[in-house]
Design a protein around this ligand. Structure first.
Ligand code: ZN
Length: 316
């Protein structure tokens, strides 16, 4: 039976993702971007947009000036072909800032487009990821918190009353939670493996009177267990929040083949959650849905999962 497509899906591609080089053996490498890009190019019916770099006012909506200076200075100081370490996992080369600014620029453009078009699904194809970056601290492969900045852009530039950020990466989005903890217009929910890096995201962390919902689960979670938790906790909370836009930290490292995460999701679980989120966006958020690529470290599984997710966005 043909499915009624209710949302146009646009891929916001940041080719500057290729500029962020990492040392050999680092899991967050440019092959991830290429794997997702190839898989998304095979999807029928998506529009593609190449967005420009974000500017300093965008970054300042979430990060301190000291943080921005630290990241940009580290990149500027990296010798040609070498790296500067911001923490043991988070290394930058001379062109990493261009990649990170490109990721933020693509996310901001996705928000602009989804608002201007009065609805639609945007998928931000970019690296490095962002959800671990705190206002004052780069960490966990993340330099700037792309999704937090995009959320602030929606609130401050487009004057939306509220946004929700749903984090489906296997790791807790500690940096993004910082945003919800200081801004009651943001609802943040995360399903993540615990214990696992970065060690935050306990159920007792509930933000400002309940605008944070953490769903930690142990190693070994299956797709059906994950769906059940999403259905019983995240969906009701999202419906109560009735955000003006839904943003998704779309990490795919909960996949069974992922070498970093310890869960058992498959690509059809990502298609399922995309349909759930698109349906809620349609019914409660004026069909405004922006997803940002976060983690996912087995390139074949990452490509399949991202394509399943993006392909299902218009099928709610
Ligand atoms: Zn992750």
């Amino acid at each position: 039976m043909p499915t009624l497509a209710v949302m146009k899906t646009t891929i916001f591609d940041s080719p500057a993702s290729r500029l962020h080089a990492v040392p050999p053996g680092h899991p967050e490498h440019v092959g991830r971007y290429e794997a997702v890009r190839s898989a998304l190019l095979a999807l029928p019916g998506c529009d593609w947009v190449e967005a420009g770099a974000a500017g300093m006012p965008d970054l300042a909506r979430f990060h301190s000036a000291a943080h921005v200076d630290r990241v940009l200075s580290a990149c500027a100081q990296a010798p040609d072909g070498e790296w500067v370490a911001l923490d043991p996992d988070t290394l930058v080369c001379d062109r990493s800032a261009a990649a990170a600014l490109g990721a933020v620029g693509a996310a901001v453009a996705a928000v602009d487009t989804v608002v201007a078009d009065d609805g639609g699904a945007g998928f931000v194809l970019a690296r490095p990821p962002g959800h671990h970056a705190e206002p004052d601290r780069p960490m966990g492969f993340c330099l700037f918190n792309t999704i937090a900045i995009a959320a602030m852009h929606a609130l401050e530039v487009h004057d939306l009353a509220s946004v929700a950020i749903i984090d489906i990466d296997v790791h807790h989005g500690n940096g993004t939670q910082c945003l919800a903890e200081r801004d009651g217009r943001v609802f943040f929910a995360s399903l993540h493996q615990a214990p696992l890096y970065p060690g935050t995201g306990g159920e007792g962390e509930t933000g400002l009177g309940g605008n944070v919902l953490n769903c930690p689960m142990p190693e070994g979670v299956t797709g059906s267990q994950w769906r059940a938790r999403f259905e019983t906790q995240v969906i009701p909370a999202l419906k109560r929040a009735r955000p003006d836009m839904i943003l998704v930290s779309a990490g795919f490292d909960a996949h069974a083949d992922d070498p970093v995460g310890g869960w058992g999701l498959r690509s059809n679980d990502y298609a399922w959650v995309a349909r759930q989120l698109a349906g809620i966006a349609r019914d409660f958020s004026r069909s405004r849905l922006v997803s940002v690529l976060e983690g996912g470290y087995d390139c074949p599984a990452l490509g399949r999962s991202a394509a399943a997710f993006a392909g299902a966005l218009s099928e709610a």
